[in-house]
Design a protein around this ligand. Structure first.
Ligand code: CP
Length: 311
């Protein structure tokens, strides 16, 4: 039972496996054309309403949640710019906003400007709430998608070394994925590679240590020991909109010579959107999985919506 999904702490191994198994069924159905041909086998949310209340811009999270609910036979209402188009603009509190809209549907997906806002909204909500990203806090559904993408590639043999390259301080996707992987018992090593000043937050390092995850922090993208042993290279952009500290993400961009250092069976992931940190010519590399990762969002969010609405 999952009342709200605010943090990956709300998930356990069984829930994650249930969501991924269902996502895999939807994935197969869609690849085989079955999402068009056999609507009776997946339109499990007919008559249900999802509310999308987004206070920050989004491409993947909003569109894939809306598509997921639509494929499941449900309806979607909401706004892509609640900060401007809801009564938040007139001074209504976040808590009042979510308390009120929760009377109009069955589940809410929110995106928030500040860390902690998702918890405030969930506490006010009378129906299940899904955190679609809260400032520098968490992005639990992205972590589920990332996990699903990793399992799809590696199967039972989970990766030994994951390298987070980029903005490890302000990226909520880094925090959520690292926490989610650490909650599993299989041992692995996390390498954080970032410009000086963008090191991962101490609470995340403490949590990894408590889960006996080995961590390495490195400021040199060209350190020869880093990429050679990486199974998953998880790249993020410099999130300069999140603080006054401005970093030149370009200095931490991948290029062909760096990618050539990676093992042949490794994968390159990115939650997207990207800036200059992965040039478009690298999209052709067989290890580039970020568009597949983005598309997996549809199946994982279908599985999650079904599970939270208990069909
Ligand atoms: N990865 C992700 O959350 O993308 P959007 O900001 O476009 O939703």
């Amino acid at each position: 039972m999952l009342d709200h999904l605010v943090s990956v702490d709300d998930l356990d191994e069984e829930i994650i496996e249930d969501i991924c198994n269902r996502a895999s069924e939807f994935h197969d159905l869609r690849l085989n054309g079955g999402l068009r041909r056999h609507p009776e086998s997946y339109e499990t949310l007919r008559g249900r309403v999802m509310i999308a209340d987004f206070f920050e811009p989004s491409t993947r999270t909003r569109f894939s949640f809306e598509a997921a609910m639509s494929y499941l036979g449900g309806k979607v209402i909401g706004t892509e710019n609640a900060a401007e188009f809801s009564s938040f603009k007139k001074g209504e509190s976040l808590a009042d906003n979510f308390r009120v809209i929760s009377g109009y549907g069955d589940i809410v997906v929110g995106r928030f400007q500040n860390e902690g806002d998702a918890r405030i909204a969930a506490d006010a909500c009378l129906i299940p709430l899904i955190n679609g990203g809260d400032g520098t806090g968490e992005h639990p559904t992205q972590a589920l998608i990332d996990y699903y993408t990793i399992v799809n590639h590696f199967g039972e043999e989970m990766p030994d070394i994951i390298t987070f390259l980029g903005d490890n301080k302000r990226s909520r996707t880094v925090r959520s994925l690292a926490k989610l992987l650490a909650s599993f018992s299989s041992p692995f090593t996390v390498q954080f590679v970032n410009p000086k000043g963008l090191e991962p937050p101490q609470d995340l390092l403490d949590e990894l240590e408590a889960n006996e995850v080995d961590t390495i922090i490195c400021n040199d993208i060209r350190d020869p020991d880093i990429l050679t042993f990486t199974d998953v290279l998880y790249v993020t952009r410099a999130q300069n909109e999140r603080s006054d500290e401005q970093y030149n993400g370009h200095a931490y961009s991948l290029d062909q010579s760096l990618v050539d250092e990676l093992p042949d069976d490794s994968i390159i992931m990115h939650p997207l959107p990207r800036n200059s940190e992965i040039p478009a010519y690298l999209d052709q590399d067989h290890r580039a999985k970020y568009f597949e990762q983005a598309h997996n969002g549809l199946y994982v969010r279908m599985g999650l919506l079904e599970l939270m609405l208990e069909t």
